[in-house]
Design a protein around this ligand. Sequence first.
Ligand code: 4GX
Length: 242
Amino acid sequence: MKCDVLTLFPEVINAYLNESILKRAQENNILEVKTYNFRDFEEGRHKSVDDAPYGGGPGMVIKPEPLFKAIDFIRQDGEQRRIILLSPQGKPFDQSTAKEFSKEKKRLVFICGRYEGIDERVRISLVDEEISIGDYVLTGGELAALAIIDASARLVKGAVGDERSVEEESFSWGLLDYPHYTRPREFRGLTVPEVLVSGNHKEIWRWRRKQALKQTIEKRPDLFDKITLSEFDKKLLEEEDK
Ligand code: 4GX
């Protein structure tokens, strides 16, 4: 997976990506991220990248020039790119988009805006798609770009140490996760469910699947409505609680 991030705060992006799993993914050439400060492409004497909005009103807008210049610059290598703008107006990002990005052959370019937004001509001429990470307002697109790169890169083969933890996580089933326990077996009077220490793998699998189904019904009925239950799932849900 290859990405370019256009931002006024490249160090924010680099600080996060240079730790832990994503750091290792970059060392192993599974992930490549180049960050660009688009202020470097502003040629005005004061290097200001924002200006007041036409029509008046509060706040500032990112000027088109530095973003067009930055995109022209990164395009010089001739590679194919998919240009993504982060904003609350975008299509909601989810696990299936992450899966798609993890397999994308083109380079992904993330444009991180600040202030009230960017000049509309950037969206019209440069942007292929607009994506949102949720219905709330951030101070800039950086956290959104990081969330998307993080969620997508960990799905690239070889990025996460144990491949099974990605395949088995319940989001890949379309459900919420089941509860996890580790040692000690009793902690402050709270015990680990008996089935998990039974060594009976079929029963453990049944318990986890049932917990995932029940948590999803209770906490995210909207997700639950989207999945198709197997006959086995229906049986699990009909069971009396043991
Ligand atoms: N999911 N923001 C972007 C400035 C902005 C506004 C419009 C371009 C167009 C956000 C989100 C988000 C706040 C990032 C406004 N840039 N991004 N910023 N939610 O809230 O992605």
